[in-house]
Ligand binder design. Structure first.
Ligand code: SAM
Length: 208
């Protein structure tokens, strides 16, 4: 095992049980799931033992998070926690689309806290890729804050959006209607909205 480079994100610790409660009602008993932007890798580390018959493909874009998620995968020593891959959601060819990749197409995609803290093109890339790698009937679980009908759902999200915009003007809490438009353009329909802690949601989309 390489030197322990596991990182810890307090938010992931806080929301992991609520995410599990939502997924357990909606994932099949067995299959495969692709996680885009796994961050530290803690969600995969928490959820793999809870879904022992689901192969979990964690991925990351930035090097620091990639290193952390690899370290979590090595630490967990679980058969269904697959070796972590480097993946840019904006790419037209994700590594899981290559011929020698065994776990695609996927039953589900999971993505948390990415589309508001990256340019809009990353959201478009996420849905374009979901259309390419999900099975028909497969689901995309999209966790994060959303505006509803152009309005923030809480005062704390107003402040959060200002913080995001100060960081980068292309970031921002996305309006659910805009996200649904991108989903429709990519063959996915919005199925349900699950309330999560701290004014977040999991938006569930289904591949047609
Ligand atoms: C706030 S972190 C969320 C990490 C984790 N999902 C969580 O909820 O703890 C945002 C993540 O989005 C990733 N990200 C940004 N642009 C991306 C892209 N083009 N493709 C894939 N991931 C991207 C970042 O590398 C970072 O890991």
């Amino acid at each position: 095992m390489t030197h322990d480079k596991r990182m810890y994100a307090p938010a992931a610790e806080r929301n992991k049980d609520a995410i599990y409660a939502c997924l357990k009602e909606r994932l099949p008993n067995s299959g495969s799931i692709l996680e885009i932007a796994s961050g530290t890798g803690e969600h995969a580390a928490h959820l793999c033992p809870l879904f022992p018959n689901i192969d979990w493909q964690a991925t990351n874009f930035d090097e620091e998070h990639l290193t952390s998620a690899i370290s979590w995968q090595e630490h967990c020593q679980l058969e269904n926690f697959l070796p972590v891959l480097s993946l840019d959601a904006c790419s037209n060819l994700w590594p899981v689309e290559k011929n020698n990749y065994a776990h695609a197409p996927f039953d589900a995609l999971f993505n948390a806290n990415m589309i508001h803290i990256s340019p809009w093109a990353v959201c478009e890339g996420l849905f374009a890729g979901a259309n390419r790698v999900l099975k028909t009937g497969g689901k995309l679980f999209l966790y994060g804050p959303f505006k509803l009908n152009g309005e923030h759902t809480s005062e704390s999200n107003v402040k959060f959006e200002q913080w995001l915009k100060d960081k980068d003007p292309s970031f921002g809490v996305r309006d659910l209607a805009d996200v649904i438009k991108v989903a429709s353009a990519n063959n996915l329909s919005h199925e349900e909205s699950c309330g999560m802690p701290a004014n977040n949601f999991i938006q569930v989309f289904v591949k047609k």
